[in-house]
Write a protein that binds this ligand. Structure first.
Ligand code: GUN
Length: 285
């Protein structure tokens, strides 16, 4: 069986390190980094993600404020909350949990967050910085994926990487990070023809499509590194599961991540790290 990389263990180590850093920062600057999270509505998935973020803030000693509003909030009301947080000198990071209700223009909301408080790295200014290799905030899940690969000293340079999924949150930014590490990157998606032929070529296979157990053994090259970003409900057991049929693939991969306990916890640890980075920029500017 390939090695199962525990994102959970790695994320706990990262949180322990950051906890120490936050103590030092509070001593130096007289306050802790502060993350504001906005949750609209009561979608169970979003509520659970926000709880995970609150727990991580508590573990690391980062201040957290969660603002919860009903799903019929108007766009103007939401913009006004973001405006107040943008102006608050004691708020370092702002995260609006996605997806938003359909009457709210998600792009408009993302664009209204001050780029220097955009801990998700979704604002066009941060997206441009990533693509132009300029300093900026790197999205949490892609950052977590690269850290997982680095933790096992997995060589990326010159390797064939295939990213399945082309979302702004995961697929596109992780492809850019892999390219920056000199991988030869293929981005596959729902319209890719002969997907199996594409994924079977990959030394590093990253899947972020949101389809339970979508990747089967015959889609994976022997010895491939398989990173599962999916968070789905199993169609039969209703338990959390990834985009990869783990049991079907574990013997074929050299390294593999699991769901839960894989990329998810790393995403949240990277969010806390981004909050600390934003804090440092605020206090040092
Ligand atoms: N919903 C699912 N993933 C994310 C994420 O990374 N950030 C935010 N803000 N919402 C999400």
């Amino acid at each position: 069986m390939g090695k199962v990389i525990s994102g959970k263990e790695l994320s706990l180590k990262k949180r322990a390190y950051m906890k120490n850093e936050v103590i030092k920062l509070e001593n130096k600057y007289g306050r802790k980094p502060h993350l504001a999270v906005i949750l609209i509505g009561d979608d169970p998935g979003s509520v659970s993600y926000v709880k995970g973020k609150e727990k991580a803030c508590l573990e690391v000693g980062v201040k957290n404020t969660t603002i919860v509003r009903p799903k019929d909030i108007t766009q103007e009301e939401l913009l006004s909350i973001i405006h107040d947080l943008n102006c608050d000198p004691y708020v370092d990071g702002i995260l609006v949990q996605l997806p938003l209700p359909s009457h709210i223009n998600q792009t408009f909301i993302i664009n209204s967050i001050s780029p220097d408080k955009d801990v998700d790295g979704f604002h066009p200014q941060n997206v441009a910085s990533l693509y132009l290799k300029q300093p900026g905030i790197i999205p949490c899940t892609p950052k977590g994926i690269i850290e997982v690969l680095d933790s096992e000293n997995i060589d990326i340079e010159g390797k064939k990487a295939c990213v399945v999924g082309r979302s702004n949150i995961v697929g596109l930014p992780v492809s850019k990070l892999l390219l920056d590490k000199n991988a030869t990157v293929t981005i596959a998606h729902s319209r890719t023809k002969n997907l199996k032929e594409v994924t079977k070529n990959a030394d590093i296979l990253i899947i972020a499509v949101g389809k339970p157990l979508f990747i089967k053994e015959d889609m994976v090259k022997p010895g491939a590194v398989v990173i599962d970003v999916g968070v789905n409900r199993h169609p039969i057991t209703n338990k959390l599961c990834g985009d990869v049929d783990f049991d079907n693939i574990k013997d074929k991969a050299s390294f593999i991540t699991k769901v839960p306990g894989g990329i998810g916890p790393m995403t949240i640890s990277c969010l806390i790290e981004n909050t600390i980075e934003c804090f440092l920029k605020h206090v040092e500017d």
